[in-house]
Design a protein around this ligand. Sequence first.
Ligand code: ATP
Ligand code: MG
Length: 270
Amino acid sequence: MKEEIGVPPDHPRAESLRVREMLVMHYRLGIVIPQGLIAHGRGEAFDYLLGEKTIKPTLTAIRAAGVAMLLARHPVISMNGNSTALSAKEVVELAKLTGSKIEVNLFYRFFEREMAIKKALINAGAKEVLGIVEKSSARIPELRSERRKVDARGIYSADVVLVPLEDGDRTEALRRMGKSVIAIDLNPLSRTARHASITIVDNIVRAIPLLIKEVQRLRLKSKRELWRIIKRFDNEKNLRECNRFAAKRLMEITERNELYPDALGRSSGI
Ligand code: ATP
Ligand code: MG
């Protein structure tokens, strides 16, 4: 079957297939690289365990993330190939709502790819895109990958950085620089998830639209109230709740004997 055929809307896994199609399309545009497709597969596996829905503890993390972005003096959203493929338009909207800058930051960095990502973000409505090679003269200390190259006006001087689909090394390095890091990562066990200040355990395609809605609500609140929300947030506790949710769900499915199709061929409850 050719990928161009498209996804039948009544397919039981239509949304998941639609997301894959978007990644393949952006692979052809030179925005996503093969390694990005593999990374998405790791994310999908965790999404499967969570039931492909935004879970309750994640809503708490999204709220805290919205507050952190609104209280930030200099918030920056860091974009890579996969996040651009899946959420360019929504990220531009979130950046406008929170006064955030958008910066391209890539593990596999080369000029044509940077330019393709910049173009996609501009087409999605971004006025300015930081981090394009010649302007990325600042460095994140202790980091050896291409991801160490950052824009002095962007990530380097940011106080809050939103890093969808991040690599663990850089999350740790950004924290050591004293920055607050908001991660979106479906794997609650990853180094990124464990080292971020606020971890949103959710698929980026669900998380960013929810974050936008939350920011719209939070904007109406007083600074005092926003500080109160952020002070109450405990990332370690939140991650434990995400793990507990996945473990409990798997146990329940196992105990109900719904893991495998039954004698009538009805499929599992996952
Ligand atoms: P870490 O470097 O943090 O230890 P890792 O090496 O396991 O993590 P990477 O390849 O560095 O993983 O980053 C990919 C991460 O992005 C994975 O943890 C994966 O779960 C997550 N991911 C992939 N696709 C999505 C998506 N659509 N939404 C949210 N998270 C995703
Ligand atoms: Mg990694």
